[in-house]
Design a protein around this ligand. Structure first.
Ligand code: MLT
Length: 406
């Protein structure tokens, strides 16, 4: 008789954004006359930039001719894309990187869930609280998190690093020593960022404790301040303790196109074992690569025209972030984030819980956000709004939300 992976039964409820999506659908069905504005999941709304579309069209045409047709992509991704990444994201920032350290994939969400497969089950993970739910949920599925306490919303084998007002909504080094540390900067969901010297402390700590940092830099394109690092490899010694996850979803609007990559440095070892070799083995066995057409689109992200167009897109979304942050602050909300990240983290009003506030905002302003408690217990009493809507909808949503404060 077959057996299921019982770890799945431990997962409390559905994936956060599935629950938010269901609630939005139900509300719309019950109120078809109302215009609901979605500022919940960080999904982009601007069309793919013209030079990227052009590169995709060209690649589509190539696929229609025997001489230029492409079948399976190379295991780690096409060299043209991996070189563009190395030059555009690393060498341009003074970071030495080899193309064999870059693993192209169909997105950082999958990579952030899959990466723990090459790590032992007895590792203790540390996560920010609140945190992007995939890190915890994928470790639950693997059986690494122990038992769930429904009262506290915490797992017995997970070290939670609270991200609260007093620490600028960014995690600080925990008392208990973890084996694996998940860091996300600029942070999803709080929008917090840290400086290079602050990140250096994490790198030094991980090297000292022989811990591994899984560094999610999916939002690096949104950094506006100079002393905030775009990559963990800007810190000395990061190559011996960190894996970096990158995404094209937010910097190039690829949420529907699907492209990302993971950096596993060759120096990163557990004893004599190279993590780069393990991930290469896993990638080669379980993955057939992002489509050629999409990898050509990714290459165009690094072209001069692509870079200029995408800078405009990032500026467009960051202007939305400003509209949200300044508008809500003016109305009396307590807000943070939105300076180096496309997320605004706000306190609920009148002592409402995150989900109570979710319902209140939906019913009274027709705006969908994401309840902070969905990201972890320390998110309770908070609410996340994304800057990825259209400008017009963002302005309208904030005008409506301003009226919630009497
Ligand atoms: C979010 O809203 O947190 C993200 O868009 C989710 C994701 O990237 O998977």
């Amino acid at each position: 008789m077959f057996k299921i992976n019982e770890n799945y039964l431990k997962l409390p409820g559905s994936y956060l954004f599935s629950t938010v999506g269901r609630k939005e659908r139900e509300y719309k069905e019950a109120h078809p006359e109302k215009k609901v504005i979605k500022l919940s999941i960080g999904d982009v709304t601007q069309p793919i930039a013209p030079s990227i579309i052009e590169a995709m069209h060209k690649a589509v045409d190539e696929m229609g001719h025997a001489e230029t047709f492409h079948g399976y992509a190379p295991d780690l991704g096409y060299e043209f894309l991996r070189s563009a990444i190395v030059n555009g994201d690393y060498k341009a920032r003074g970071i030495d990187m080899d193309i064999d350290e870059i693993f192209v994939s169909d997105g950082a969400k999958c990579d952030s869930g899959n990466i723990q497969e090459i790590l032992g089950l007895d590792n203790v993970i540390a996560v920010g609280d609140p945190v992007y739910p995939v890190y915890v949920d994928s470790n639950v599925m693997a059986g690494r998190t122990g038992t769930y306490n429904a009262d506290t919303g915490m797992w017995s084998n997970v070290i939670y690093m609270p991200c609260l007002e007093e620490n600028g909504f960014a995690p600080t080094i925990p008392e208990q020593t973890p084996d694996i540390i998940y860091l996300c900067f600029p942070n999803n969901p709080t929008g917090a960022a840290i400086t290079r010297p602050e990140l250096q402390k994490w790198v030094d700590y991980a090297n000292e404790k022989k811990a591994l940092i899984i560094y999610d830099a999916a939002y690096e394109a949104y950094i506006s301040e100079k002393d905030v690092p775009h990559s963990i490899y800007e810190c000395d010694g990061a190559k011996t303790c960190a894996i970096e996850l990158r995404s094209f979803s937010k910097n190039a609007g690829f949420t529907g196109v699907r492209l990302g990559f993971t950096v596993v440095p060759k120096e990163l070892k557990c004893g004599d074992v190279s993590l780069n070799a393990l991930w290469a083995r896993r990638h080669g066995t379980k993955y057939n690569g992002a489509p050629y057409i999409v990898q050509r689109a990714g290459e165009a992200v690094y072209s001069e025209a692509g870079k200029a167009e995408l800078a405009g897109q990032v500026a467009y979304y960051m202007n939305n972030a400003k509209v949200i942050k300044e508008g809500l602050a003016e109305a009396g909300f307590s807000v943070s984030g939105g300076v180096n990240a496309p997320y605004i983290w706000l306190k609920t009003i009148d002592g409402m819980s995150s989900w109570e506030f979710f319902d209140y905002v939906l019913e009274n302003a027709g705006v969908v956000g994401t309840p902070g408690s969905g990201f972890g217990p320390s998110g309770e009493g908070y609410f996340r709004l994304t800057a990825f809507g259209t400008y017009e909808n963002t302005v309208e949503a904030i005008e409506r939300m301003k009226k919630l404060i009497k």
